[in-house]
Design a protein around this ligand. Structure first.
Ligand code: GLN
Length: 270
């Protein structure tokens, strides 16, 4: 039987030691710490086969979270499949801003559109149990993943494109959130993201089409004083503030993520 250290050597150069360890730990159903502590340990043939399969997928470019089937977000694990975007650390910013915003309310209503894995809606609901959280997605397959992640969050899921998902008796929302597709169809960066659903990433008109549609519909669905917050690309802050203002939202302001990039724009219905 092969030993841990031998298998780790195989893809150390190509995949890198960090992810090689993750993949071997996944294949062996053990924690990475154990591999580090016991490099001489023998690997069963089943685990070795699984490791080689995972390593081949990773070398072909498949992101690690799809291989593992999960990704950590805001301290919790979310199940992910190729039907949903992999939650990004950058997206924790919109969650933090949402939780801050919700402190003003006793029983706020929240809508997260294009919820994907559900990471934004579910985190907000779990961190603020007083909030009534609705979440929508156009993709039924994504909603299935989100429902599986929902746990005891109480999030209410709806199928449909942006505001069209809402039933006629939907409440006016105190907070509307979205991490929509916002990448320019011509962006060279897209070639790094071929494993993720393109419908969750790409939007026409330099990535602005969906952001604009979300801003334009907001006034009809926000409660007075309610807030719209959207995630966007590092270079879309100014364009977002403009569409917010054109859509009748006030006080449009853009906030930066931990990397120092413009990432979230918010505005209010006065
Ligand atoms: N922030 C993601 C990325 O740059 C894109 C997410 C999105 O389009 N909503 O990979």
């Amino acid at each position: 039987m092969a030993r841990v250290e031998e298998l780790l050597r195989e893809t150390r150069e190509t995949i890198g030691i960090f992810e090689t360890r993750l993949l071997l730990a996944l294949a062996m159903h053990v924690r990475v710490e154990r591999l580090v502590a016991h490099p001489e340990e023998e690997v069963t043939p089943e685990a070795e086969t699984a490791f080689r399969g995972y390593a081949a997928r990773r070398l072909a470019g498949e992101p690690y979270p799809y291989i593992a089937g999960e990704q950590e977000f805001y301290g919790r694990s979310f199940r992910v499949t190729p039907d949903v975007l992999i939650p990004r650390p950058d997206t924790e910013l919109i969650v933090e801003l949402a939780l801050e915003e919700l402190k003003r309310f006793r029983r706020p209503t929240v809508l997260d559109m294009g919820t994907g894995s559900g990471c934004i809606a579910i985190t907000v609901a779990l961190e603020n149990p007083k909030a009534e959280v609705w979440a929508s997605d156009r993709s039924e397959a994504a909603l299935e993943v989100a429902r599986g992640n929902a746990g005891k969050s109480g999030v209410r899921f709806l199928q449909g494109s942006w505001y069209k998902a809402l039933p006629p008796d939907a409440p006016k929302f105190d907070l509307i959130l979205s991490n929509p597709p916002y990448i320019d169809p011509e962006s060279p960066y897209l070639s790094d993201l071929t494993y993720e659903p393109q419908t969750a990433l790409v939007s026409g008109n330099h990535g602005m089409d969906d952001l604009r549609e979300i801003a334009e519909g907001a006034a009809a669905h926000l409660a007075p004083g309610g807030c719209l917050m959207v995630e966007h690309g590092f270079d879309q802050g100014e364009a977002c503030r403009k569409v917010f203002t054109e859509a009748g939202l006030s006080d449009a302001e853009t906030l930066k993520d931990l990397g120092g990039n413009d990432r979230v724009t918010r505005g209010r219905l006065r």
